[in-house]
Design a protein around this ligand. Structure first.
Ligand SMILES: [Ca+2]
Ligand SMILES: [Ca+2]
Length: 285
């Protein structure tokens, strides 16, 4: 069965793009978009031989516009509904961000008793049609006691058919033994079509980190040991959703910052629209 045939069975989520008005008229449920980004933003863009990606980020690294334009068909996919970093259910915010170049932004802000310096860069990926948003948070502890945080990245992306802007359904995908955690538009891609995808991984904090794909929306709770390494609708437990619906990525990293020291937490978000021979073409680690 094609993905499009699944679409009528799926819970619809709406984009705030202009094209959403026809879906609104159809009476589909409206998904609340909470604050992401907050405050001033920087527009990062990267160009490859396949096209251009543009991600509008705030000073804490949140974004809700991740646009991937493909030269071959002149179509643009928006691969983010909402992506932000949370601690105990509260979104991290910053008051400022400095654009250093078309590809790079820097910011600094206080996070409780910690000082944070964030460097964000958008770069073409090795995979044609793919891009990597590299976000490195340097956490410094000026105090005399260690500080422990549990960082949660929450990324709700919605996979739409282009150019009709029909919601296809999101499928979760976790490479076996890997670190990335994906939402993809198609679980059986072939080189004849362009597959949309977005994946998130954490590194640099304490180990182990946790990953899960969840049914959306607004569920910022910690990943339990039972939920770790799971995707929704995966009866055969192969790390690939058997059916699509509205899903979101959760990636969690515990971090301990020693007194007088610092730790750099690295978050990579790979996103794009690529001709894949299979899901194994996507980065795993
Ligand atoms: Ca499965
Ligand atoms: Ca979603």
């Amino acid at each position: 069965m094609s993905l499009r045939h699944h679409a009528a069975l799926l819970p619809l989520c709406l984009s705030l793009l202009g094209t959403s008005t026809t879906l609104l008229a159809a009476g589909a449920p409206v998904k609340e978009r909470l604050k992401a980004p907050t405050g001033p933003t920087a527009v990062l863009s990267a160009t490859s031989s396949m096209g251009t990606a543009t991600v509008t980020v705030d000073g804490a690294g949140a974004f809700q516009d991740a646009l991937v334009y493909t030269n071959a068909d002149g179509l643009t996919a928006d691969l983010s509904w909402r992506s932000a970093l949370f601690i105990d259910g509260t979104q991290i915010e910053a008051n400022d961000v400095k654009q250093k170049s078309t590809q790079k932004a820097v910011s600094s802000f206080a996070l409780g008793s910690l000082q944070v310096k964030l460097v964000q860069q958008l770069l073409p990926a090795a995979l044609a049609g793919g891009y990597v948003l590299d976000q490195q948070y340097k956490l410094s502890n000026p105090g005399t006691e260690p500080v422990t945080l549990n960082l949660l990245r929450y990324n709700d992306s919605d996979m739409y058919d282009l150019p009709t802007n029909t919601f296809l359904g999101d499928f979760g995908y976790q490479p076996q033994g890997g670190s990335y955690n994906y939402i993809v538009s198609d679980v059986a891609p072939t080189p004849a079509s362009l597959t949309q995808y977005i994946g998130v991984k954490f590194s640099g904090g304490d180990v182990p980190t946790s990953r899960a794909v969840r049914v959306c929306c607004s569920n910022y709770t910690d990943i339990s040991p039972e939920e770790n390494n799971t995707v929704p609708n995966d009866a055969d437990q192969d790390g690939i959703s058997d059916t699509g619906m509205d899903m979101a990525i959760a990636a969690q990293a515990p971090v301990t910052v020693p007194p007088g020291g610092s730790v750099t937490v690295k978050m990579k978000t790979v996103l794009g629209r690529s001709a894949l021979s299979g899901l194994a073409d996507l980065p795993a680690r």
